[in-house]
Write a protein that binds this ligand. Structure first.
Ligand SMILES: Cc1ncc(C[n+]2csc(CCOP(=O)(O)OP(=O)(O)O)c2C)c(N)n1
Ligand SMILES: [Mg+2]
Length: 561
């Protein structure tokens, strides 16, 4: 078969169902081979960055690899923010790219750059080949690397001339070149950890992204229930633990739950499951993690153990397997099941109640312009329990971090630590492609939506009916907030004159509705959900309601002169 067909056969063997791409002459042979592959839906975007974000959203919403295909040169450079975001989120995005013909390599031929060097720091692994018959094997390795251990993006360049070659290849099903085995932890350490959990008085679990990637939510809950341990989540991973579980205390860190912070501060042992205890969860200091409290850290990647805080016990491996072992070791030590720790449960319930009352004011506020907090309340009330909600970067969006609740894994997606503005809308499209029968909402600021609203074209063309809520405060609000607090309100570059987003939506053939009154939010959500197409709800929100700057600890008041 031709090498371009071989690329498609590898995708088939990997059971890839969707490819996000943007055409360019170098990859046309692959597209031509995809033309006949009925079981693989190809979705072309308006920008390669969006193709990468869509693949990322798809991967995070499913746990499966997200595939994107782009042309060489500017096609590759346009993916950079998308691949960097996927890397920072440990999201298995497989990027396949065109490359100049081998006979002209290194002559600064059209659209030639050192693609390998450009993406090297942003991927787990990348390669190119000058032998057509090695294409399947290298693509297989790309999938293997993306999905093994701690997941992440990979990149393979294929020179255009190779795609026309006829190769004699062996197509191998993914089960024959990837293990489904799980890495179990060091049993001695697991035993020690179980002993510590039993002897501690106020243990607390922090569930991170690893709980989601390893699908360990039931196991984490079983352990927590056994010993009445409150569970916080790391930043951006509130969906790792159902918010309405009696032991769930919300998300730690940036704009997170005060209940999570208080209970973590009061803990005498922390079990960190699948979290690196990184910047936006802990700010590396002692505001969230109490100084000196022993930490048991479980992570698939040994490089993360003890990286940010010293650990008492570090266990490397699969979060689900280790949590399961930890529970059975604990049970073995306890003999009978442990009695419910009623006072601890009451304490947790009370702290959560106090927090609820604190948040209620603005979430129920009838004032105009609408408080962004109210939008999150209306959205949560309206959305189904299994709806996927995708937040963008930006000040108003971060209110969602403590106002939203989640009930199922993989229902909450956000840019995470690369904090890439404009990520949410295309990522939401990827999540919807993966879950056509579930509601998908995305909440963006006006600045963030303007960065990717051209993908309304993709959503209309491929009929991807996501509902977009634009929290419109006519500003790059988060930066404006920093200027307000740290630069004496000397606003520069933070006010926006926006187009009428509802008209923009209509111009694309999408549905648009403007909302100015809090009481209209619910009917707008209903209309948008019934629109039968991608819908934009342009919500005029209070420009004065700016979240406190996330980086406030790093800002210093401006120096005069
Ligand atoms: C690609 C990118 N550029 C710039 C930033 C810096 N930045 C973070 S939030 C923000 C403003 C967001 O404005 P908007 O989307 O309207 O949300 P708001 O803060 O007003 O709620 C900017 C410019 C970023 N995080 N990512
Ligand atoms: Mg804004």
């Amino acid at each position: 078969m031709t090498a371009s067909r071989a690329v498609v056969e590898v995708l088939r063997a990997e059971e890839v169902k969707h490819v996000f791409y943007l055409p360019g002459s170098g990859i046309l042979p692959i597209l031509d081979a995809l033309y006949d592959a009925d079981e693989i839906q190809t979705i072309h975007t308006r920008h390669e960055q969006s193709a990468a974000h869509m693949a990322d959203g798809y991967a995070r919403a499913t746990g499966k690899p997200g595939v994107c295909l782009v042309p060489n040169g500017p096609g590759i450079t346009n993916t950079i923010s998308g691949i960097a975001t996927a890397q920072a989120a440990y999201s298995p995005v497989v990027l396949i790219a065109g490359a100049p013909v081998t006979a002209q390599m290194g002559r600064e031929t059209i659209q030639e750059i050192d693609q390998q060097a450009v993406l090297k720091p942003l991927v787990k692994w990348n390669t190119h080949t000058t032998h057509a018959d090695r294409i399947p094997e290298l693509l297989r390795h790309a999938f293997r690397v993306a999905l093994s251990g701690r997941k992440g993006p990979v990149h393979v360049d294929i020179p255009r001339d190779l795609l026309y070659e006829v190769v004699d290849i062996n197509v191998v099903h993914w089960k024959d070149y990837r293990t489904t085995g799980k890495m179990r932890g060091d049993l001695n350490l697991v035993k020690q950890a179980a002993e510590q959990l039993i002897t501690s008085k106020r243990p607390l679990i922090i569930a991170g992204g690893g709980v989601l990637w390893d699908e360990a939510t039931p196991q984490a809950l079983a352990l927590a229930e056994l010993l009445t341990i409150p569970i916080a989540t790391s930043y951006g991973h509130m969906d790792a633990i159902p918010s309405d579980h009696p032991l769930a205390v919300g998300q730690l860190g940036r704009d997170g739950s005060e209940a999570a912070r208080r209970l973590t501060q009061n803990s005498d042992l922390i079990l960190a499951l699948g979290t690196e205890l990184g910047h936006l969860t802990t700010f590396y200091g002692y505001k969230y993690i109490p100084k000196g409290t022993p930490i048991i850290q479980v992570n698939i990647d040994p490089r993360e153990i003890g990286r940010n805080y010293p650990v008492e016990i570090g266990i490397v491996g699969d979060i689900k397997e280790i949590t399961k072992e930890l529970t059975s070791e604990t049970k073995a030590l306890l003999g009978e099941t442990a009695p419910k720790n009623q006072p601890r449960l009451e304490e947790i319930t009370n702290i959560k109640e106090e927090q609820k009352t604190e948040n209620a004011d603005k979430a129920n506020c009838e004032a105009m312009p609408i408080k962004p907090q109210r939008v999150f309340k209306e959205l949560r009330d309206f959305a189904a329990r299994d709806a996927i909600i995708v937040l963008d970067e930006g000040g108003t969006c971060t209110f969602g971090n403590h106002l939203l609740e989640f009930y199922q894994p993989r229902t909450f997606l956000s840019p995470l630590k690369f904090a890439c503005l404009g990520w949410a809308f295309p990522a939401a499209l990827g999540a919807k492609v993966a879950n056509p029968h579930r509601q998908v909402f995305t909440v963006c600021g006006d600045g963030g939506f303007a960065m990717s609203m051209h993908e309304l074209g993709t959503a209309v063309q491929y009929d991807i009916p996501v509902v977009v809520l634009v929290l419109n405060n006519y500003s790059f609000g988060s930066e404006k907030a920093s200027q307000k607090y740290f630069f004496e309100s000397r606003y520069i570059g933070t006010d926006l004159i926006n187009p009428n987003f509802t008209k923009v939506a209509e111009a694309y053939g999408a549905f648009g509705v403007k909302v100015e009154k809090p009481s209209d939010l619910r009917s707008a959500l209903q209309e948008a959900s019934n629109a039968g197409t991608v819908a934009v709800i342009d919500v005029t929100v209070d420009p004065e309601e700016l979240a406190r700057p996330a980086r406030r600890d790093e800002m210093i008041p401006r120096l005069r002169g």
